[in-house]
Design a protein around this ligand. Sequence first.
Ligand code: ATP
Ligand code: MG
Length: 286
Amino acid sequence: MINYLVWKNRGTFFIERLFFYIFAKILLKRKIMSKTIAIANQKGGVGKTTTSINLGASLAVLEKKTLIIDADPQANSTSGLGFDPREIETSIYECVINGEDAKKAIIKTKIEGLFILPSHIDLVGAEIEMLNFENRERIFKSIIEKFKNDYDYILIDCSPSLGLLTLNALTAADSVIIPVQCEYFALEGLGKLLNTIKMIQNGLNPELQIEGFLLTMYDPRLKLSNLVAEEVQKHFQSLVFDTIVQRNIRLTEAPSHGEPVIVYDAKSKGSINYLNLAEEILKKNQ
Ligand SMILES: Nc1ncnc2c1ncn2[C@@H]1O[C@H](COP(=O)(O)OP(=O)(O)OP(=O)(O)O)[C@@H](O)[C@H]1O
Ligand SMILES: [Mg+2]
């Protein structure tokens, strides 16, 4: 009987240890893998939102639980994923200004594993309202910290400015993707963005890295497109993603249907480009 009890205790102890080990491994894995990436360029219309939505959807399809934070008052990521920003009850604005629980503001999208913290036009006033806040550059960071480990990837769609909202995104992020449109003046303003990134690395966020420069709206038939791509690759070398996002009409149409291109037209060039980008990022972060 005593032998049986000792054996039983040992058995329970072993099972408990096994559960603890598995649980610790899962936690550790999730903690290491969780990555926050800001998608930023103060130049307008270069493909920040298109990249946020379609990279986010591709990561989710590759079974990485992904959250898109729409940090732009234009709320294009929100509407592009099928939500009417006017009908959103709690947006990132209320989380930043009124301290509302961001976990409750996050919405599930129609893509399994893809979530969004939506935006609202009210966010346009947030930069001024935030001026009096203590630690005003770290508000996103403290919001994200509460749920960071619930996701494998968090993408922050920034507005076309280097204002306080973008500073918050870069302070909260582990890395930044810089979309560069293969067009005239593509390199214009990149110096200013890189100086801002350096300034943040020297103070607010020493860990911030450049995930990569992403060439967007590339048209292989155009000499200019090729020239810009070559120039960016020559300049930033290994920091430029191998994946190039081509100009593709499906990428423009998809948001008006409230869908990422992988749902709207999975076989399109745009869909394949963003899936390749997601795979490149996953490989890099293995
Ligand atoms: N690869 C592409 N092919 C074709 N059209 C594209 C591509 N990428 C983006 N676009 C289109 O270009 C326009 C600008 O793209 P997007 O909204 O993603 O840029 P943005 O940098 O987020 O703009 P903003 O600075 O205003 O936030 C949109 O109409 C979008 O549909
Ligand atoms: Mg945008």
